[in-house]
Design a protein around this ligand. Structure first.
Ligand code: NAD
Length: 289
């Protein structure tokens, strides 16, 4: 297939390379010349604008920073330049309302569009092991699925437009809550005189067990290798966790819901980010105790 790929940053760079590896012809665009040069090295053809990249394609995939940019790129460059039959796939993490608005605009222009945000970070984007949660029609999902499988290990239909984003922010709100809870439990165990490894050995096979403990332990040298073993570098940045928690609070507001623990997690990550920890892995919040 001919696929336009817009947004070749930390995530998009690896994802576009996996589409090339799967035999697709990738037509790439990014505002950054460095990102374009890296994409060329990994086998994509690069173009001077998103509009040019969209010419003659079967699909458009985007991986962009936020909803405002996604809306501007689709309205200004994709609609009218991508052929009428192209399927549009936005993999960025953006607010639910904008995802639904852009999908409705695409529908009005005659395109099938899905939101397909991901779980998994830069390493999973490079390895092609992302999980995609997809919102859109059955037809849009069926057309996007084989393309997404070239970049991920799991592709799940979450329902109508915007439901992929809803799944993503609910999942990441839970992740933020779990990580703070895990950090708090380890910090308290230590203050009560327990060795962290001993607490891990007990809790990881008891009812407090969770992914933040057994797959992403915030304590160095405990559990599998994680960013904690690398001075909290790499992994999932605090600033990105904060972005997702803010999106979750925004979506909750529009749904008339007031998450209590989610709001507290957003408040704690906001303070941790403001204290200069935005680029550290989100598990570094344990160093706050
Ligand atoms: P990034 O900043 O590294 O990449 C974004 C890219 O978009 C940049 O290269 C930028 O130049 C480009 N861009 C911005 N505006 C553009 C425009 N108008 N036209 C073309 N290109 C434009 O960010 P990232 O880490 O790759 O994240 C991308 C998306 O994936 C975000 O929505 C983020 O929340 C989500 N995400 C990131 C991670 C992660 O671990 N980094 C994990 C899951 C989801």
């Amino acid at each position: 297939m001919k696929i336009a790929f817009i947004g070749l940053g930390n995530m998009g760079g690896g994802m576009a390379a996996n589409l090339v590896a799967a035999g697709h012809e990738v037509r790439a665009f990014d505002l950054s010349e460095g990102a374009l040069a890296a994409a060329r090295e990994k086998g994509s053809a690069t173009f001077g604008s998103a509009a040019e990249a969209c010419e003659g394609v079967d699909a458009v995939v985007s991986m962009l920073p936020n909803g405002g940019i996604v809306k501007a790129v689709y309205e200004g460059s994709v609609f009218g330049n991508a052929p009428a039959g192209a399927v549009l796939i936005d993999c960025s993490t953006i607010d639910v309302a904008t995802a639904r608005e852009v999908a409705a605009l695409a529908d009005g222009e005659g395109y099938a569009m899905v939101d397909a945000p991901v779980s998994g970070g830069i390493a999973a984007a490079e390895a092609g092991t992302l999980t995609f949660m997809v919102g859109g029609s059955e037809e849009g999902f069926a057309r996007a699925e084989p393309i997404l499988h070239a970049m991920g290990k799991a592709v799940i239909h979450a329902g109508d437009a915007g439901n992929g984003q809803a799944a993503k922010i609910c999942n990441n709100m839970l992740l933020g809550i779990h990580m703070i809870g895990t950090a708090e439990a380890f910090a308290m165990a230590q203050k009560l005189g327990l060795d962290p490894q001993t607490f891990y050995d007990i809790s990881s096979v008891s009812s407090g067990q969770c992914w933040s403990m057994t797959s992403y332990c915030p304590v160095p040298r405990v559990g599998p290798k994680t960013p904690a073993d690398n001075d909290y570098q790499g992994g999932f940045a605090t600033a990105l966790m904060l972005k997702d928690l803010k999106l979750a609070m925004e979506a909750a507001g529009t749904a008339g819901m007031a998450p209590r623990i989610g709001a507290k997690a957003a408040e704690l990550y906001e303070a941790f980010d403001a204290a200069g920890n935005g680029t550290r892995d989100f598990s570094a919040i344990i160093t706050d105790y």
